[in-house]
Design a protein around this ligand. Structure first.
Ligand SMILES: Nc1ncnc2c1ncn2[C@@H]1O[C@H](COP(=O)(O)OP(=O)(O)OP(=O)(O)O)[C@@H](O)[C@H]1O
Length: 280
């Protein structure tokens, strides 16, 4: 059974179809990258996976739980790092992590040991008893990472894991995520950062217009004898641009589509117009 399963998920906000027939699965042992441009439906999908919204239709399961019917059980078992989530301003990291431990029915000794381990790993020991309101964004992000992994969940849902972290800590977190997934856990990472996805994910799914437009295994590309990437494989950025542009083109009026195609054929654009979609 897949650790994370999304079948035909649809969700609209009024007349906006945010997610429109999303399908994918994440198995244990996978570090799955969920990539897509702004407004593609990533956050809405994560909200459905964490029980924050009820799907209009479709079926969603995390570790066998239905997040809509069993939101508390889902949040107890799964690790969740929400987009721009921050710990309560009126608590210290120690108080917050102890609170999270008690909500998850963890033994106090176990929680104390886990707090020490995360303090070491992310280097916020000196700040354990400082109110969150007096911590930097990066230090708060470290606390949020610690709470997501406190109970060693078998499935973790993470939105932009490296936001606000300095390069050294980013590297440590990347290595941790790779090792965590390899330890037979399912790690789902939503990110805009194609380079990060390419460097750590075993598989990526590219989302546009509320649906999965392509999935690609990355682990296979480094299976060569000397570990080099497969020379025949398109770089992930190219795949992303192709899929996102195709999805966007489907929504354009036919007059605009003809104009863009005409420009492409005339070859009068020095810059690849698809790059506009990524801001690169
Ligand atoms: N609460 C809401 N009310 C109305 N429309 C919403 C709401 N939340 C999201 N939307 C719309 O749903 C669509 C998908 O949004 P969503 O936040 O899921 O995308 P996303 O892929 O996470 O985007 P980003 O990368 O910018 O965070 C967008 O068109 C967005 O404007």
């Amino acid at each position: 059974m897949a650790a994370i399963r999304v079948d035909g998920l649809c969700k609209s906000y009024g007349s906006v179809r945010a997610v429109d027939g999303m399908d994918f699965r994440v198995e244990r042992g996978e570090l799955f990258g969920f990539l897509g441009p702004n407004g593609a439906g990533k956050t809405t999908t994560i909200r459905a996976l964490t029980g924050q919204i009820a799907p209009d239709s479709g079926d969603v399961r995390v570790l066998g739980c239905d997040p809509t019917a069993e939101p508390i059980e889902t949040r107890r078992r799964v690790g969740i790092l929400p987009e721009q989530g921050s710990p309560p301003s009126f608590l210290t990291p120690r108080e917050y992590l102890e609170f999270v431990g008690s909500v998850r029915d963890l033994e106090p000794e176990y929680v104390a040991e886990r707090i020490d381990r995360w303090t070491d790993r992310l280097g916020f020991g000196g700040k354990l008893d400082t109110l969150h309101t007096d911590l930097s964004r990066g230090q708060q992000q470290k606390v949020m990472i610690a709470q997501a992994f406190l109970h060693e969940p078998e499935a973790v849902l993470i939105d932009e894991p490296l936001a606000n972290l300095d390069p050294l800590v980013q590297e440590q977190v990347k290595r941790f995520l790779v090792a965590y997934a390899a330890d037979d856990n399912a790690v789902f990472v939503s990110t805009h950062n194609i380079d990060v996805a390419e460097s750590i994910c075993t598989r990526v799914g590219i989302v546009a217009d509320g649906r999965m437009v392509t999935e690609r295994s990355l682990a296979a590309e480094t299976d060569g004898a000397n570990g080099d990437a497969d020379a025949d494989a398109d770089p992930l950025l190219d795949v992303f641009l192709e899929e996102v542009t195709d999805a966007a083109a489907r929504d354009l009026p036919s007059s605009a589509r003809e104009r863009i195609e005409g420009e492409g054929e005339a070859g009068d654009s020095e810059r690849d117009p698809r790059l506009e979609a990524t801001g690169r």
